[in-house]
Design a protein around this ligand. Structure first.
Ligand code: CTP
Ligand code: ZN
Length: 152
């Protein structure tokens, strides 16, 4: 007999559940979404078992519904994240994140001579490949690849 499903983090009434976040990037997701600066109730669990990710994290934000452009900012650190929109305790919508066309901030340019690495300039990139992410710097035009990508 199948074990009844148990939630490791309590259900929420209304809001957004971000599931399948790699555990090591939980705090990056929190930072990118600015969750440390809002008053909503937030619960999270981390180092939960996941067949796909090894260890995953889950974040539940009550009474918060994100614009796609805002939520897609987490794609660099949580490419497999699944969003569940909750209304009245029911999952009313499921979404996946998509790597955006442009990235502002979030990543560092891998060119040590780039102005963004020695002056207070926010990094800006055009995403030239989404599958194996490649970012082209707006300032120096050098490409930063996934292996060299450092999240700020
Ligand atoms: N959830 C929640 N509060 C609710 C309903 C759901 O926090 N009132 C959470 C669940 O804990 C789960 C996610 O939202 O992490 C998705 O819920 P559901 O679709 O019921 O779960 P699964 O079928 O496991 O979804 P999937 O396989 O797509 O991850
Ligand atoms: Zn650069």
């Amino acid at each position: 007999m199948k074990e009844p499903k148990q939630m490791s983090v309590s259900a929420i009434q209304n809001g957004t559940v971000i599931d399948h976040v790699p555990a090591r990037n939980l705090f990056k997701v929190i930072q990118i979404l600015g969750l440390d600066r809002i008053d909503n109730q937030i619960t999270f669990g981390t180092n939960l078992e996941s067949k796909k990710l090894g260890r995953k994290a889950i974040i539940k934000i009550s009474e918060k519904f994100f614009a796609d452009d805002d939520i897609n900012r987490i794609a660099l650190v949580a490419p497999d994240a699944k969003l569940n929109i909750i209304k009245d305790y029911e999952v009313v919508e499921k979404k996946v994140v998509e790597v955006p066309d442009y990235i502002v901030g979030i990543a560092r340019c891998m060119n040590p001579k780039c102005i963004t690495n020695f002056e207070m300039v926010t990094t800006q990139f055009k995403v030239v490949s989404k599958k194996n992410v490649l970012l082209r710097c707006h300032y120096c035009e050098k490409i930063t690849n996934q292996e060299n990508m450092q999240i700020i």
